[in-house]
Design a binder for this molecule. Structure first.
Ligand code: ADP
Length: 207
């Protein structure tokens, strides 16, 4: 089973992707995480990527398509859950041509709720897990004991820019997937568990 998960920035698609990975034995591929890992290498190339991401802008389609195809070719027959790709029409056409997904899960989230989740998102610099800062004590990662940090692109002005780009570039893709009969829209305004229950119902029926 090959899945794409989509939704507004910081709506919680990474958390759902991790839960799907665990329950359905798929490979979670997060393009945002791949890019952040690359940035951690601290070289000339990664500095450019870092600058673009911290402005809240997209990395060029050609590079993103290359990164994703390298990853997808690597996992062979194990199904995938793709998180963060596609984000543009070009990326969508590339995906549909080469790695047609079985289903696209769109996590429908109100803007004020996504913004609130962003304002409260902190991440562990070591294990990369994200947390709601209202739910962790002393802002310390429960697994690693590391101090949790705010992502550069989760700062309010950058987030609003990312949201604008999402509405302009990414939301229109949904129509393309709808036309192919692959789109499933899930209400993501409630808690993590209710969203995951909805997702599970869809995926169980597809097995
Ligand atoms: P979020 O989980 O908040 O939606 P991600 O971790 O998926 O954010 O992505 C963070 C950033 O990485 C994006 O704002 C963008 O700069 C870059 N990025 C990730 N995936 C893509 C992509 N498919 N195309 C272009 N840029 C991307």
């Amino acid at each position: 089973m090959n899945i794409v998960i989509m939704g507004a920035p910081s709506c919680g698609k990474g958390i759902q992707a991790k839960l799907i990975e665990k329950k359905f034995g798929l490979e979670h591929i997060s393009t945002g995480q791949i890019l952040r890992d690359f940035i951690a290498k601290n070289n000339k190339e990664s500095a450019k990527i870092k600058e673009i991401m911290s402005r809240g802008e997209f990395i060029v389609d050609s590079l993103m398509c290359k990164i994703v195809s390298l990853k997808l070719d690597e996992i062979n027959d194990k199904g995938f859950i793709l998180d963060g790709f596609p984000r543009t029409e070009k990326q969508t056409k590339f995906l549909l041509k080469h790695y047609s997904p079985d289903v696209v899960l769109y996590l429908h989230t109100d803007k004020d709720i996504a913004l609130e989740r962003c304002e409260n998102r902190v991440v562990c610099p070591v294990c990369k897990k994200s947390y709601d800062k209202r739910l962790v004590s002393n802002l310390v990662c429960p697994d690693d004991g590391e101090i949790l940090i705010t992502r550069e692109d989760d700062k309010p002005d950058v987030y609003l820019k990312r949201y604008k780009i999402f509405e302009k570039e990414t939301k229109p893709i949904l129509d393309l997937f709808k036309r192919y009969g692959k789109l499933e829209v899930i209400d993501n305004n409630g808690d993590i568990e209710s969203t995951f229950n909805e997702i599970s119902k869809i995926l169980v029926n597809m097995r």
